[in-house]
Design a protein. Sequence first.
Length: 481
Amino acid sequence: MKTSTTGPAEAPPTRGSGPLDHFFRITERGSTYAREIRGGFATFFTMAYILVLNPIILGSAEDKFGNQLDPAQLATATALVAAVMTVIMGVGGNLPLALAAGLGLNAVVAFQIAPLMAWDDAMGLIVLEGLLICVLVLTGLREAVMHAIPQPLKQAISVGIGLFIAFIGFVDAGFVTRIPDAANTTVPVQLGTGALTGWPMLVFCLGVLVTIVLLARKVKGAILISIVLMTLVSVIINELADVKSWGLTSPALPDKPVASPDFGLLGEFDLLGAFGQVSVLTVVLLVFTLILSDFFDTMGTVVGVTAEAGLLDERGQVPGLGRVLLIDSTAAVAGGAASASSATTYIESAAGVGEGARTGFANLITGGLFAAALFFTPVLTIVPLQAASPALVAVGFLMMTQVKHIDWDRYELAVPAFLTIVVMPFTYSITNGIGAGFIAYVVIKACLGKAREVHWLLWGTAALFFVYFAIDPLEQVLGIK
């Protein structure tokens, strides 16, 4: 079992001193209320951007009939689903895994599904996808797939997520930017805009330095202290300097700290409406894409975050995995039913783990903050990405440390592990990394005459990933547009 860099040393299980401590097993897992609370705050601040970004992504798209979703209603739906499902995960799964509308999945809904049908039909597909994943969980198939993964690949998933989450931090802060293809450049990304400029970039760079120094000195609350400190610095800079843009969220003190929630989108979905808009085969392919992405994004996140928390058992299994997966699947249903797109477990939960969170009690804090965001969105979203992103870089380092557990001399394991690790950040997708690793693993084993060592579920999963990667030529062959 792995002990996190910032967490306490392992000790024999100890019974808690109160009902909450006993229920969440806080003392038994070597944590404290202070660590859980700090972790809950850290997780919220590193994923609060979804309150702004999800309404932008979904609200900017039009459905087949030219209709757009209301941004204020989307903000309410996003916060509500995140609050409810994060608390349910904390109480039911007892792991520090927060949930909210999934990035990538919301883009699929906005730009791939909605143009083919009405919004309520598109959200109905999300509900249908969530229900089908619930069936996979209840039949034990989803859990069986996770148990069938070799330990080195699980470790590689965690390391890959570490690189991915650090890359997200660099991109969100603007430290790394994409170079448009039209520029005919030879590299896909660059440092800043070619150089590091502007006050927001200074905030990010200082935040990274502050965070790593605090971690190196083993200061309790290092990540949360950095987020709060750099937010205060950002507010001061925003008041005194001429800053053109901070990005999605600005550290400007709001004129009206309270905003009334609008629940108008709740229940606006049609479960089977899509079948009246497009062919059955198109519906099947769309749902297949959603299921595969949701299925393995969650799998990678759950394994990676719990491994970083040192909560995997001696067999490398996640405690209470069945409940965790069922709650995550239910979150997909809830997200579609609220028109907030599919909700899923967030890799930013690793920020809370980096603060010391080890139980679901941290989720009560994170969920409570999302609930408060229903009314105080202007206040809770003043944390700029440049102040929150250093936490992701630091957590990326902590998760990367698990690379030492992989046996790099055994190529049949090392090569799939390598592909899993590098494909995640390079394609900006957890699912793609897992798929590349699975396919490489079964192919190498087969070529070495060790096909029988591969669990049959991995063969089936690798075949599904082959279809996933080849979806475009398959659609062309089948005549699907």
